[in-house]
Each structure stands twice: as C-alpha cells, then as structure tokens.
Design a protein around this ligand. Structure first.
Ligand SMILES: [Zn+2]
Ligand SMILES: [Zn+2]
Length: 259
C-alpha cells in the first residue's frame, strides 16, 4: 500500500481504488481491458458513425439532419446542410441510435440504470479525445440539456447530466448543470414532427450570464430532429458564449424517431 500514501485528493483516492478492481463487460461479462464496463469485442459491434481503428462504419449520417450519406462521403454534413452555417464549432456524435446503444440510453433514461450513464459518458469522452486530439479545442464548460424541475423530480435525475458528469470527469472539464434551466414544461417530444418540436421548445431555456464569453459544449443523449439542442444553442448564443460545440452519444437517421 506504499503508493496509496502519495495520494492526496479524493479524486486520486477514488481512482486508486477503482484501479484495484477490474471492470467487466456489461454485455458478455468478460473482463474489460480498460476502465469501462465494455470489452473490445462487444465494442466492435457498436453502431459507429466514424471510421476508427478496428471499427467498421455502421452507417454514415449527416450530423445536422440525419440524412444517410455514402460511407466514403468526406464531410459530416449533407450537401443541403453544408450550405447553411451551423451554430456549432464541432458536432461530435460517435454512434447511430441503433442496438446496443439505443438500449443503453433507454435503460438509463427509463429504468434509472446509472451504470449505463457512466459507460455512455466514458465512451463519449473517448470519442472527443480521438476527434479533438488538441486540448486547446476542448470547451471550458459542459452544459447537459436540462430537464424541467418537475420532470427531473419525477425521474429523480437528469440522464444527460449523468452522461455529462462521466464525460467531464474523464476529460477534466467542469459540468455546470445549474447555469441553464428549462423554464417551461413541454409535452414529451417523442412522436412529434420537426416543425411541431420546434414550436414546442421555442423559448423554454434560460441561460445564466456567467456563461458570457465561455467556450461551451452542450451534451445530449440522442439527437433526433435537433430542435431542442438548436433552441438551447439559440439561447446560449444570445448569452454570447465564445464558442459552442454539440456532443451527443447518438444520432437518429432521418425519418426515424427516438422514443
Ligand atoms: Zn463483451
Ligand atoms: Zn443534412
């Protein structure tokens, strides 16, 4: 236990304890080679939207609208979305909303399975490291898409906050969930068209002036039509953040709706 004597902060002690206990894959229960609950064989079956070493594209989707793109298409936006400027300096989305990623998100969101949030947050952090290798490109603050207070109390937690917490902890970026609030309660967006979603979410967010001139990444679980995150982006740009990024775990293909 000699090396434990050199540990000073709670975080260092927690990391030391975690390193003493192995992680096991949440799908096949074999021992994981890393600090996540996933072995590399099961990870290879994940529906990736990017070419990565050891992975094959599951499919390629426009990050803005979800339109299917050819696998060898060089951009991450379709030609139509490429014409319009995006509010985001970077849009990072590692997976499509297909098995088993959709199951992990639903387990977290509807069955309060917090280990799924940890896994998704750490996978998102790994994707950020690969896509933005320079720490200078990272944001100063992570903002999880907020839930209205009443819905948060009903559920007991905000699932996007769980993902942001683990992602931020892995990258050492603070999560400031209290700097943006959802001031109006809206009906559930599942099943609504893009136009209906835009109408429903207009004006529902309020950002703190503390975000003025900060580099911010919005963290979401799944990007469907993008109506919610675009409204949040509009509020953050009104608050004059210095830079805005969008990090989400999964993207739905155009025409499908995440429930
Ligand atoms: Zn496995
Ligand atoms: Zn598009």
């Amino acid at each position: 236990m000699g090396c434990a004597q050199g540990l000073r902060t709670v975080s260092q002690i927690m990391q030391y304890i975690a390193s003493r206990f192995p992680h096991y894959c949440c799908f096949c229960h074999s021992r994981s080679e890393s600090n996540i609950d996933l072995c590399r064989f099961c990870h290879c079956c994940f529906p990736v939207l990017y070419a990565e070493k050891g992975f094959r594209f599951h499919r390629k989707l426009c990050m803005q609208c979800g339109h299917s793109l050819d696998i060898d298409f060089s951009d991450d936006k379709c030609a139509e979305c490429g014409i319009f400027s995006s509010p985001y300096a970077h849009t990072l989305i590692p997976y499509s909303f297909d098995p088993p990623v959709d199951l992990l998100i639903k387990k977290l969101k509807y069955r309060s399975h917090l280990p799924s949030g940890r896994l998704l947050g750490l996978l998102l952090a790994g994707h950020v490291r690969r896509m933005l290798p320079s720490i200078d490109d990272w944001p100063e603050v992570l903002i999880p898409v907020p839930l209205h207070l009443r819905r948060r109390m009903e559920r007991g937690f905000n699932h996007t906050e769980e993902i942001a917490f683990w992602c931020g902890r892995a990258l050492d970026i603070p999560v400031k969930a209290n700097l943006v609030s959802r001031v109006e309660e809206t009906e559930a967006l599942a099943g609504l068209s893009r136009a209906e979603r835009i109408q429903t979410v207009t004006g529902v967010f309020q950002a703190s002036e503390q975000l003025f001139n900060k580099r911010v990444a919005v963290v979401d679980d799944v990007l469907t039509t993008g109506a919610t995150t675009q409204e949040l982006a509009r509020e953050l740009l009104d608050t004059q953040v210095a830079q805005l990024q969008l990090w989400a775990v999964a993207r739905t293909p155009l025409g499908s709706v995440a429930s």
